[in-house]
Design a protein around this ligand. Structure first.
Ligand code: IMP
Length: 431
């Protein structure tokens, strides 16, 4: 029997999923991206070398793994080809083991133009998007006008759809946003030119994955962003435009939910967020700066500084529920090593009501009071520890509180950026 595991971020992204996907990849034959686009940035440190992946699944670093980009991903072909070139220039073969769903909606220059024009117009009320055109590309998908990957091999259809879309976007860009027009011919020429390069990588991904399951081969589904950025369940409207919860692994790849065996929730030992939106446990003080400095909290895609705060266990509880998490993986525990005390957000006071789970619809921050539990710090190094019993007692206590409050067991702890800096309490593939 094969085993399929989904990895998702339980917070606002940047939980350190890339490292864990890479680590678990040793037990699988295929790794699948199922949502988002090149707004993601998964940083891997392997043998001291840093690699950032945006679109290609982190499993690509293992030569025997086949990687898939499922239909739920919005695809910038330009970003994809750049990433392939970067990887291949370092000796990692990509083209013969990366397969892309023919149904992926494409991100085209007009999506990027609209994304940035809207943000500019919103000013202080902006979402803080990555400016990659993700939102408009998903809008096209739902509006049934998206140019899908397979369309680039049908010149007549491509021309018709592209012309309609360019006209539509140019109207919005010029009339609503006072921006310049996008050129139809240059997009058409580009898509026609790259079609033969991309053709060998296109597959019916859903069927490929089905066949692998039938052969008993394990699969890993690699989520991007985090559950609190989910377009339905996150802190709307300050969210991304895809579903980033575990259920999206099925819709975004074409593998039925019955075939998912285990869901791993990656949780940073504290909290970070890039872009705008509610963040009840945020620290706008020296402690926040200390977390940011030690944790090197700078966005890997945009280079923007990440906002930092204490772990919000009440938000984690919400995440655990909407994702059906089987086990947690706590990352960056070592970042907390030098703190005198550590706080855990256990709920919120909103007006006269206490909430022990993140309530929906909290876009108004003004009247939210986070409620904390405080523990003393362990003040010793946990970096690179590989056995749970070797962790300082207070660190074990902290982890225990996270498990108690969220109601989810901790199965893996990451104590440093390298593949080997990992404590395994339960290996998801051995359960
Ligand atoms: P978009 O996905 O570019 O539309 O951005 C929407 C929101 O999601 C913004 O707050 C971004 O900062 C955030 N976001 C998108 N991708 C990531 C990610 O990979 N990590 C963390 N935040 C992200």
């Amino acid at each position: 029997m094969n085993k399929n595991i989904v990895i998702i971020g339980t917070q606002w992204g940047d939980e350190g999923k890339g490292k864990i996907v890479d680590w678990l990849s040793e037990s699988v034959k295929g790794v699948v991206r199922f949502q988002g686009g090149h707004n993601a940035g998964h940083t891997l440190w392997i043998n001291g070398k840093k690699t950032i992946l945006r679109l290609i699944p982190s499993g690509i670093m293992h030569p025997n793994i086949t990687c898939f980009i499922g239909n739920g991903v919005v695809l910038s072909i330009e970003a994809l080809l750049k990433e392939i070139d970067e990887l291949e220039s370092t000796g990692i073969l990509v083209k013969n083991r990366l397969y892309i769903s023919e149904n992926c909606p494409l991100i085209l220059p007009y999506h990027i133009a609209l994304d940035t024009a809207r943000e500019k117009q919103k000013g202080v009320n902006k979402i803080g998007t990555t400016g990659r055109g993700i939102g408009p590309a998903y809008e096209d998908k739902v509006a049934r006008r998206a140019i899908r990957l397979k369309d680039i091999f049908n010149p007549k259809l491509l021309e018709e759809k592209l012309e309609d879309n360019v006209n539509y976007y140019n109207l919005l860009l010029t009339k609503l946003f006072n921006e310049s027009e996008i050129n139809f011919s240059s997009i058409k020429e580009y898509l026609t030119k790259i079609a033969p390069i991309i053709e060998p990588m296109i597959k019916d991904v859903s069927n490929c994955l089905y066949d692998m399951c039938e052969k008993g081969e394990n699969l890993l589904f690699e989520g991007a962003q985090g559950a609190l950025l989910d377009v339905d369940h996150g802190t709307y409207p300050y969210v991304t435009s895809s579903n980033c919860i575990s259920g999206a692994a099925s819709t975004g790849s074409g593998v039925g939910p019955k075939n998912i065996d285990y869901i791993l929730g990656i949780t940073k030992a504290y909290t970070t967020r890039v872009g705008s939106g509610p963040f009840p446990t945020e620290l706008n003080d020296d402690i926040g700066i200390k977390l940011s400095t030690i944790g090197k909290e700078v966005g890997s895609v945009t280079g923007r500084p990440r906002r930092c705060g204490w772990l919000d266990a009440a938000a984690l509880k919400r995440s655990a529920r909407i994702n059906g998490i089987s086990g947690l993986c706590i990352t960056k525990l070592d970042v907390l090593d030098s703190f005198d005390y550590i706080k855990i957000g256990v709920g919120y006071q909103i007006n006269d009501t206490f909430y022990d789970v993140l309530p929906y619809g909290i876009s108004n921050l003004n009247n939210i009071l986070p409620i904390f539990e405080t523990i003393s710090g362990w003040k010793s190094s946990t970096a690179s520890i590989t056995e749970f019993d070797k962790l300082p007692e207070q660190a074990r206590y902290y982890l225990g509180r996270i498990a108690d409050i969220s109601g989810i067991p901790i199965d893996i702890i990451s104590t440093g950026p390298d593949r080997n800096d990992t404590i395994v309490l339960r290996n998801p593939f051995m359960i």
